[in-house]
Design a protein around this ligand. Structure first.
Ligand code: NAD
Ligand code: UDP
Length: 321
């Protein structure tokens, strides 16, 4: 990978910033692009001093121009937390659709390979568990989450069409709930929400009865899976996630133990169309990439908790989404 030039959209976000670090570490030149709508430049400020890193503040839903050659494009720009995409639904639809179209066009013009960030949300509220890639999903197109889910489904469809009709080198990763340092403490996702509440001495808000499940993957494991997928020759969508499934109630109890808070779980209404279960079938990633997660939830949560705990007090206290 030495000397390869890689465009990473969403570079100032949680996953984009970790990917930027990884590709720099592999000897690549990284072009970060972000309009900072849900991201934060502090996630990549350590990269600005490097000669191998450059940054464009740009909305990728508008025409994307990058001077010079590109070997790889990783399209990670998109709001990713339900709170974010409910607040900015049109931008969410646009970045998954128009943004993806722009980046596919750029990949074609540059002769670059493109990997797009899809999501377990393409499975909607799944009727099979765990979810294999062959499952077509159960999505409500006009529900509140539809703006994200359908944009990502369109993203997969147009990416596959560019592969089929233009022979473009494409990769599609279906990412399951991922966590780690640089998540926004107030982004509304369950892990930062629970840890933030514990740090502020507030009760932990469990939505519904907490019987819904999720499977949480530590960010370093995810980045490794994405890196391997990019360099593989597999063009069909691939699940990357940690199959260690847990109910949200049990997860809340784990966070209470981890943080030592004296607070309890309280129940709040379950959001519309909240998926009841989610667990990746990673048979393909294991067989084709030789990949599986290595970091246990216990280890990953500890690192993530230390990160949140070390934030300035005014950020911990800042609850607004
Ligand atoms: P994030 O909000 O931390 O990062 C997204 C970044 O994209 C932000 O920096 C934001 O400013 C930027 N962005 C959004 N719209 C843009 C636009 N139009 N132009 C340029 N930049 C724009 O979220 P994340 O968790 O890092 O997610 C990154 C990607 O991974 C998203 O595509 C998301 O759908 C996907 N994903 C994430 C998860 C997860 O658990 N974190 C799960 C499934 C899929
Ligand atoms: N959740 C919760 N309390 C919160 C935030 C989320 O109980 O303060 C639940 C949410 O209803 C869902 C799960 O935690 O069942 C994961 O939510 P998140 O927003 O992290 O991601 P999702 O997987 O739903 O996209």
């Amino acid at each position: 990978m030495q000397g390869k030039r890689v465009l990473i959209t969403g570079a100032a976000g949680f996953l984009g910033s970790h990917l930027s670090d990884r590709f720099i570490k592999e000897g690549c030149r990284v072009v970060g692009m972000d309009n900072l709508i849900t991201g934060d430049l502090r996630n990549i400020e350590h990269l600005f001093k490097l000669e191998q890193f450059e940054f464009y503040n740009h909305d990728v839903s508008k025409f994307v121009h990058v001077p010079g050659e590109l070997d790889y494009i990783l399209h990670f720009a998109s709001p990713a937390s339900p709170i974010d995409y409910l607040k900015i639904p049109i931008q969410t639809l646009k970045v998954g659709s128009l943004g993806t179209h722009n980046l596919l066009g750029l990949a074609r013009a540059k002769g670059a390979r493109i990997l797009v960030a899809s999501t377990s949300e393409v499975y909607g509220d799944p009727s099979v568990n765990p979810q294999p890639e062959e499952y077509w999903g159960n999505v409500n197109p006009v529900g509140p989450r539809g703006v994200y889910d359908e944009a990502k489904r369109f993203q997969e469809a147009i990416t596959m069409a560019y592969h089929t009709f233009h022979g473009l080198e494409t990769r599609i990763v279906r990412i399951f709930n991922t966590y780690g340092p640089r998540m926004r403490l107030n982004d509304g996702r369950v892990l930062p929400a629970f840890i933030g509440q514990a740090l502020r001495g507030e009760p932990l808000t469990m939505f519904g009865d907490g019987s819904q499940t999720r499977s949480f993957c530590y960010v370093d494991d995810l980045v490794e899976g994405i890196y391997r997928l990019l360099l593989s020759d597999y063009v069909q969508p691939m699940n990357v996630g940690n199959p260690d499934e847990i109910t949200i109630r049990e997860f809340g109890e784990e966070i209470i133990r981890l943080t030592g808070t004296d607070q309890q779980l309280i129940s709040k209404p379950l959001p519309t169309d909240d998926p009841k279960q989610r667990r990746p079938d990673i048979t393909k990633a294991k067989a084709l990439l030789g990949w599986q997660p290595k970091v246990s939830r216990q280890e990953g949560l500890k690192i993530t908790y230390e990160y949140f705990r070390s934030l300035p007090e005014h950020e911990i206290q800042h609850k607004e989404f």
